[in-house]
Design a protein around this ligand. Sequence first.
Ligand code: SF4
Length: 310
Amino acid sequence: MLAVKIMQEQGVEVEGVAFVTPFFSARRAVEASRAIGLPLTVVDITEEHLAMLRAPRYGYGRNMNPCIDCHILMLRKAGEIMGERAANFILTGEVLGQRPMSQGKQSLHVVAKRSGYQPYIIRPLSARFLLETTPEKEGMVDRSRLLDIQGRGRKRQMELAERFRITVYSNPAGGCLLTDPIFSKRLKDLFAHDSNMAVRDLELLKVGRHMRLDEETKIIVGRKQRENEIIRELSEDRDILIRMKDLPGPTILVPYGCGDESLRRAAGICALYSHVPPDSKAVAEWSTGGTAAYVEVSPAEDKDVQGMML
Ligand code: SF4
């Protein structure tokens, strides 16, 4: 928001671009654009992002977040949009030194260079520390009115927000599931076991408890009613759905099905979470492709189940 305002103050016409994948949404960009009256285009980059995510050239951060490669991809896409719109340059709100991995001086340089649009990328908040860009050289942008903010502090940004009368702004952290340790563990497991994953498989990573029964079988256990509903909504004909026949409890999804032995184990886990007493049996209903069947099971043991958790 501040970067946009700084450029608008120079008379530059700005349009916003935000990117979405199953890992992050454009919600905050939409809110920010609304707050400052900025036209915004939202672009889904799932396919390219997934391809990059499997083997990021610059590696991952603390979790499965490939921030440098992700920024490169976003700037490359922004560059393509710049070309399509016959715009003159790209600006970002990045601040030198604000994030250790992706906003150090070297990273900002690498990101711009690798995107293929380096001469056209201005970071108005930290531009005075960075190389002069083509629009600055050509007089389209007055470098002396760009800023020299650096570091993790937000004091100067707060002051600027006040000057521009921006009162609605979001916390800088969070928002991307790839920085979440639990989500990252599940994603790593999916990468290791499913080379043909679909977007639906990524959506499933966001819901329920995940357990790996064996190399071929993972199950997803709903923890509350809403999660059971989501699991059912995301299920497909070739999956198996399990729940206890006459007891309240979780819905379990076995993506892409499994063999009899794994089915019994999954049904036992369903019985455990449906509070079937350890020394008794109960009937589980399982269904696939619209047909249902029943199996009598004993509940799994909690200690065994803990070891399967992703
Ligand atoms: S936090 Fe997520 S969205 Fe942001 S750069 Fe890193 S991977 Fe990309």
